[in-house]
Design a protein around this ligand. Structure first.
Ligand SMILES: [Zn+2]
Length: 284
């Protein structure tokens, strides 16, 4: 429906001293996979802003929620187990961001800001997943505490989101023989974050999405996708420059988040599960 965007993780990266942080190869690959999975959702979110702007699309409701939905729908449509893991990693990223929220709790800007709360963004992804295929995703949705009655109503959330995005994007699809303005990918100087730049370059995540957008839609103007040092942990779409910006700091932050917060929890649960299975094995 959207034109599947095929994405293959490149995990054959050379050892990088700064990224290694005394990790085993498997741990480092896990960290890189987590980072690239979160990068996929973020890039598609920013590409959503780009499409809204460049294709002059109507947006019903909050744009930040709408482009989150588009990112999720596109990854769901790709439809492999790796794609589902990508969404689960994105949910874990948002959940972790919620867990590490300072103890002061919420402040007013959380409520008047353009984005939904991190925890709402994570549940919205889980809802579209289970809404797209209840049998496939109900176990996972239950694990992240989405109640069954809400899981069942998510089919309607999915139907409305998918129908809406399809309706506004279809007229802009690039058919055979149709031209589209080119998309340039640029890597600006990464300074101290050279390993992050290397990771992005080797994964070809920017190139993959630039290629997909340009093949899928008829864009009226040239667009740039840039990785750069921003001075903050973020990603943007800048309408005046027609530029999607992925900050090296954002990628670096997710790498550290995985290593420091998520990997220990996953390893703990994997160990518990193994011990439980071993115990059951002995009982049998
Ligand atoms: Zn946004």
């Amino acid at each position: 429906m959207f034109g599947r965007v095929i994405f293959a993780l490149a995990l054959t990266l050379g050892a990088s001293p700064a990224l290694a942080q005394n990790l085993t190869n498997a741990q480092r690959d896990g960290a890189i996979e987590f980072v690239l999975n979160n990068t996929r959702h973020t890039m598609l979110h920013e590409i959503g802003h780009l499409l809204v702007d460049q294709l002059d699309l109507p947006v019903l409701g909050r744009e930040e929620d709408a482009v989150d939905m588009l990112a999720t729908l596109l990854i769901l449509e790709a439809g492999t187990d790796a794609d589902f893991v990508a969404l689960q990693d994105t949910i874990d990223g948002w959940l972790q961001s919620e867990v590490t929220r300072p103890s002061r709790g919420y402040v007013n800007s959380d409520f008047y800001g353009a984005h939904s709360l991190d925890i709402q963004r994570s549940y919205a992804i889980a809802c579209l997943m289970v809404g797209s295929d209840y049998a496939e995703h109900t176990r996972y949705a239950t694990r992240v505490s989405l109640p069954i009655d809400r899981q069942q109503s998510c089919a309607e959330d999915y139907r409305v989101a998918e129908k809406g995005w399809r309706a506004v994007l279809d007229p802009h699809r690039r058919g055979p023989g149709m031209g589209s303005a080119p998309i340039t990918v640029r890597y600006d100087d990464s300074g101290d974050l050279q390993e992050i730049e290397d990771l992005l370059r080797q994964s070809r995540v920017l190139e993959t999405y630039a290629d997909w957008v340009s093949k899928s839609f008829v864009l009226p103007n040239t667009v740039t996708m840039t990785a750069e040092v921003c001075g903050e942990v973020n990603a943007f779409y800048v309408p005046s420059d027609r530029q999607v910006i992925l900050c090296y700091e954002w990628v670096d932050f997710f790498y550290d988040l995985y290593v420091e917060e998520i990997m220990p929890v996953r390893e703990h649960f994997a160990l518990m599960r193994k011990l439980k299975l071993d115990k059951l094995g002995r009982v049998e």
